[in-house]
Design a binder for this molecule. Structure first.
Ligand code: FES
Length: 581
């Protein structure tokens, strides 16, 4: 394995394919020329792969072919040779049981494609939730120069004269439908109003969060996270990224030099400032694991405690990504952090410059959307909190800004369900033994349990409570929650129930105490009683005996370790494999 993307004689990695003499080189070049390329493209210029997660089954990414065309323009301009290739597209809304089951498969597939092909650098085109972390994990493990270009958010949804945010509005529409405040016909009409352009969810959900994380980590160009998918500047940025990647190959600036511990600390603080998704916790842990960067679940609590929420965006606030873009985008937020000493300003980015220089002059055009450190949207310490206790010895998280303040300290009796399906089978029952103080426990939703750790934790409230006007209650789950969602929901309980975590031992009627200020989650059952219950506990049957689901459930790590597969943690670099013929 060479130390960088060049061979020992200084030639680029791709020269081992296209620069080869004899039969092998002829084979590598001749079949490529079937696409109509002239021979000069094999003159030793950087070969740039464009990994696109385009698919009509991933509607948030369906415009990435056009984004790729803009990237190609930039690569050609800068003297590179662009080659677009598909990587597994993960459509959050369609894939069952959950797109998260396949994040690691995308990461594994893309890693192998990057290593096995004659590439000197890659541009990563992503959008929908899992595609961004999946490609970053792959790029981290290959460590070829890489630039990410996310596809950008949809335009604001518009329904009955108001802005509606993707995902966030769905939860409200569903509650309104159940409570009789909205008809089925109105819901169908609203569907079209909510998703009216190309792009990913335009709330600060997981896609917007991970696009922001990619920018905060230094892996995509400034402003990339926020240009709407249909904005011409999205395509300008893509073209610029094509130019930039050729420079990164020539300078041999690789992801391992960009995604350092300092960069991850920046990303964690930015996530707090933007009111980002709890899913960023899992994804950043997984990416860091690929790079050998020491990052722990508690870092997300410790580093975020001094950071107020600056962004007034749904689901925590009022506005949407289009508004964020016009207000100044992520650089305006990062400038606020930098000027308060909350950013490692010297962290290097794909621009070749340090992040501090990138954001030093970033303007803000709307202080309703992007608040200041002096007058934040929500005070410091209201971001994602990490909880521990006998119910979550490995940790759990809660998004405080999406929770009801009066529930952050709460004691209630558990009402336990072994799946969301079991819960929904009775949630409309007027005789369900539940009130607003009840703690709903939904389990077997973790990485191994569901499998794939879906976004099912924020189950809708029981109908009898909705009809009484109750809008929130404490829910505890070993699954995840959509970044577009809200509610007082304890997530990512680790170890999960299927792995024998204490969550599996809770019984209906047990008292549970949630104390977010003290970062505590306590099951009020004695250790002796828990030991008796543990002796009686039977692990659930395996989900599969073959295929990806078998491999996944045999090897997936718990949420507090990023839910990567144990054998994918770390990096294999980009050695040139043996020839094929
Ligand atoms: Fe694709 Fe939300 S469903 S980003």
């Amino acid at each position: 394995m060479t130390a960088n993307s060049t061979t020992s004689d200084g030639a680029l990695r791709s020269s081992q394919w296209f620069g080869a003499t004899g039969r092998a080189g002829m084979g590598h070049r001749s079949w490529m020329r079937s696409q109509g390329f002239t021979p000069e493209v094999f003159d030793g210029r950087p070969v740039i792969g464009i990994a696109t997660t385009w698919s009509e089954l991933a509607p948030c990414n369906v415009h990435l072919h056009r984004v790729a065309e803009s990237v190609k323009r930039g690569v050609w301009q800068a003297g590179g040779f662009p080659l677009e290739f598909p990587a597994m597209a993960l459509g959050e809304t369609l894939l069952r049981p959950t797109a998260m089951l396949y994040r690691n498969l995308l990461a594994m597939e893309a890693e192998e494609l990057m290593r096995a092909n004659p590439l000197d650098g890659v541009v990563l085109l992503s959008g929908c939730d899992k595609t961004t972390p999946g490609l970053l994990m792959a790029a981290a493990s290959v460590d070829l120069p890489a630039v990410m270009v996310t596809g950008g958010p949809m335009l604001n949804g518009k329904y009955q004269g108001t802005d509606v945010g993707s995902g966030t509005a769905v939860w409200r529409f569903e509650e309104d439908l159940v409570a009789g405040r909205m008809t089925q016909e109105e819901c169908v009409f609203a569907e079209g109003c909510m998703a009216r352009s190309n792009g990913h969810c335009m709330t600060m959900g997981t896609a917007s969060t991970m696009a922001s994380m990619a920018e905060a980590l230094g892996m995509q160009l400034p402003y990339s996270a926020t240009w709407p998918a249909v904005d011409a500047r999205r395509y300008e940025t893509a073209q610029r990224a094509g130019q930039v990647i050729v420079g990164l190959v020539r300078d041999d600036l690789r992801p391992s030099a960009i995604m350092t511990r300092a960069a991850f600390e920046n990303a964690i603080r930015v996530n707090a400032a933007i009111g980002g998704s709890t899913n960023a916790v899992i994804h950043l842990l997984a990416i860091a694991g690929r790079l050998g960067v020491p990052l722990a679940l508690d870092d997300f609590d410790v580093l975020a405690r001094d950071v107020p929420t600056l962004l007034n965006l749904q689901p925590s606030g009022q506005y949407l990504m289009e508004d964020f873009c016009y207000a100044g985008g992520l650089p305006a937020v990062m400038r606020e952090l930098a000027e308060s000493g909350l950013l490692h300003a010297d962290a290097i980015t794909v621009t070749g410059s340090a992040v501090g220089a990138n954001v030093a002059d970033a303007p803000c055009w709307n202080r309703e959307v992007i608040k200041t450190m002096a007058e934040p949207f929500q005070p410091a310490g209201t971001g994602t909190a990490v909880l521990r206790g006998n119910l979550a010895p490995g940790g759990a998280v809660i998004k405080q800004s999406a929770s009801s303040p009066h529930l952050l300290k709460h004691r209630g009796r558990a009402l336990v369900f072994d799946s969301p399906t079991d819960y929904y089978a009775v949630s409309n029952d007027p005789d369900l033994d539940v009130d607003e103080d009840t703690v709903l426990v939904i389990r077997y939703c973790g990485p191994r349990g569901y499998p794939g750790m879906p976004e099912v934790s924020n189950v809708a409230l029981p109908r009898k409570l909705l009809l009484r006007g109750v809008r929130d209650m404490v829910r505890i789950c070993d699954g995840r929650m959509s970044g577009t969602a809200y509610g007082t929901v304890v997530l990512h309980v680790s170890p999960e129930a299927a792995a024998g975590g204490p969550l599996a031992l809770v019984r209906t009627g047990d008292w549970i105490t949630l104390d977010v200020p003290a970062r505590a989650l306590t099951l009020e059952v004695s250790d002796d009683d828990l030991a008796v219950r543990r002796a009686q506990w039977q692990p659930p049957a395996a989900h599969a005996s073959r295929g990806w689901t078998y491999l996944y459930t045999e090897h997936v790590l718990q949420a507090d370790a990023g839910a990567d597969l144990d054998f994918l943690v770390g990096a294999s670099g980009h050695p040139v494999p043996k020839d094929s013929h």
